[in-house]
Design a protein around this ligand. Structure first.
Ligand SMILES: [Zn+2]
Ligand SMILES: [Zn+2]
Length: 145
């Protein structure tokens, strides 16, 4: 009897942790709030394609892969810098994706351009936005009215 209830607990714990992992996977990371490398302060893209990775629910962008070592060494301070910069970011004012006109996903893909947040219906729209953010961002004031 005791063994049986232990099994039930084990199964329950297993089910809960699978559910949590799935929920975590569905949630997109917090978009990177700066246009410069979190470590070096260099303009992103100036050293070739930015090095992008996820850390603790945040999308981090660095100017190059070698800055990752410094990020790992000084993670706490750099995460604080990320969060400080995120506070300045203006919330996306629309309920629809500027790329497609589809509703934006709750906790879905997002990006920041010039301290303005943009939210998207899907990852593809985020990727397309990144190709020419200035052009899409220019549509925002018109879309608001
Ligand atoms: Zn770098
Ligand atoms: Zn989309």
């Amino acid at each position: 009897m005791k063994l049986k209830s232990l099994w039930a607990v084990a199964l329950l714990v297993g089910a809960v942790s699978v559910g949590a992992a799935e929920a975590k996977k569905a949630k997109a990371p917090k978009p990177y709030p700066l246009e410069t490398c979190l470590v070096s302060g260099e303009k992103l893209g100036s050293m070739g394609e930015a090095f992008v990775f996820e850390h603790d629910g945040r999308e981090v962008m660095l100017c190059c892969k070698s800055c990752k070592k410094d990020f790992d060494r000084d993670t706490k301070k750099l995460v604080a810098k990320f969060d400080e910069a995120s506070k300045k970011v203006k919330k996306y004012p629309l309920k629809t994706c500027l790329m497609s006109g589809e509703p934006v996903a709750e906790d879905g893909p997002a990006a920041v351009f010039k301290e303005q947040e943009f939210r998207f219906c899907c990852k593809d729209c985020k990727a397309n936005f990144a190709k020419d953010p200035a052009k899409i961002a220019a549509k925002l004031p018109k879309a608001k009215s």
